[in-house]
Write a new protein. Structure first.
Lengths: 134, 243
């Protein structure tokens, strides 16, 4: 039961998150904490092996960044970080494509399920339906 | 290990299993025992809160993140009394003839399927949404498509008392969507069909035309003379090869 993010992911989460969803750069501290909490919650429901695999994949991303650009993900400029992630997303290796898909899904889950983000988007689904929107 | 003897065991309670349960319900009056084994729980009306993360976790397999074995696709399907009819949008279409022919299943003819589909459309109140309930997005889309020379049509929906929550995929919070959890399963239960929820079938064995299942809650065996795997697209079809 992880109550914290796996260390490799914790260290890389912010640069990854703002690359996948640029508006996260403007997240308030409360929104960022909530994003982390939701990701932790989602990961807690997954098998430990999957969490280890995710941590390993983030280490691979960091290593690729250092080899290619001589710096880690956090210090990369957005264009290079995007290029790196796109290279993994289009990799012939299925595991790499799955890894990017999983990270992106986690970030979106952590961000777009927050009530403040949802209402800012104008998403107005409500059990009260049409009455709530009048 | 507890043994439950029955004449028919249906695996899954969604569009396939739920309708099979109601179709076979008259057997109960003839002294037969019909059992539906559903992996997920039975939800109460108030359980459908419409809150996304909460409902995704409660309704969907792997919270909606169920991956195919090769990891290339996610499959969003529900577990619960009513199966995926809990979470689909309510769009209810009759399979076109070319699709049915493409299946190539002996004994399934387009006319016969259309006749059966009409029966379920009536049971589940499938209809076109009245114009006053169409939202602005759809009205604009239809007008634009018509102006561009297309012939836009509505998808028929299985609703009764829709309040426009837009939360169909998270389990209708207003009980308006007429899935098997609202229509076929309660009717089948009234006729004596037994629905066992939280019952994950892990194995099917053939022994003198007997189907055996082992639901998760404790170890049970359903000893049936006839069995039916009713989830058409997701988990049940993998049972026979696995066992």
């Amino acid at each position: 039961m992880p109550l914290v993010l796996p260390p490799p992911l914790r260290d890389a989460l912010r640069p990854l998150a703002v690359t996948f969803v640029p508006e996260i750069a403007g997240a308030t501290p409360a929104q960022w904490s909530e994003l982390e909490r939701r990701i932790i919650q989602a990961l807690t429901a997954r098998p430990p092996a999957m969490r280890r695999q995710l941590g390993l994949f983030v280490r691979v991303l960091q290593a690729a960044s250092r080899i290619r650009y001589r710096t880690g993900l956090a210090a990369l400029d957005p264009a290079r970080r995007t290029a790196l992630l796109e290279a993994f997303a289009g990799s012939p290796l299925l595991l790499f494509r799955r890894g990017i898909w999983g990270l992106r899904t986690l970030v979106m889950l952590g961000w777009y399920t927050q009530p403040s983000v949802v209402s800012a988007l104008g998403y107005r689904a409500s059990p009260a339906g049409w009455e709530a929107r009048r | 290990m507890k043994v439950v003897r029955c004449d028919v065991a249906i695996i899954g309670s969604g569009a396939g299993g739920g309708t099979a349960a109601l179709a076979l319900a008259p057997l109960v009056a003839r002294g037969k025992r019909v059992l539906v084994l559903e992996r997920g729980p039975r939800f109460r009306d108030g359980d459908f809160t419409g809150r996304e993360l909460e409902m995704a976790g409660a309704l969907y397999a792997d919270e909606g993140g169920f991956l195919t074995r090769d990891g290339t696709m996610t499959l969003a399907f529900a577990r619960g009394y009513g199966g995926s009819t809990l979470v689909y949008t309510g769009t209810s279409l009759v399979a076109p003839e070319r699709v049915i022919r493409g299946w190539g299943v002996p004994g399934i003819e387009p006319d016969d399927l259309a006749r059966r589909s009409r029966k379920y459309m009536e049971q589940n109140n499938v209809h076109l949404l009245e114009p006053a309930l169409q939202n602005d997005n759809n009205r604009l889309f239809a007008a634009g498509a018509a102006r561009a020379g297309f012939h836009p049509e509505q998808f028929p929906l299985n609703l009764r008392g829709c309040r426009g929550s837009s939360l169909c995929n998270l389990g209708c919070p207003n009980n308006a969507k007429q899935g098997t959890n609202r229509v076929q399963l309660p009717a089948a239960e009234r006729e004596g069909v037994q629905v066992v929820t939280r019952a994950e079938v892990t194995r099917i064995r053939r022994r003198s035309a007997t189907t055996w299942g082992t639901p998760r809650a404790g170890s049970w065996i359903a000893a049936a003379k006839t069995g039916s795997c009713s989830r058409p697209a997701c988990t049940s079809p993998s049972l026979p090869p696995r066992t």
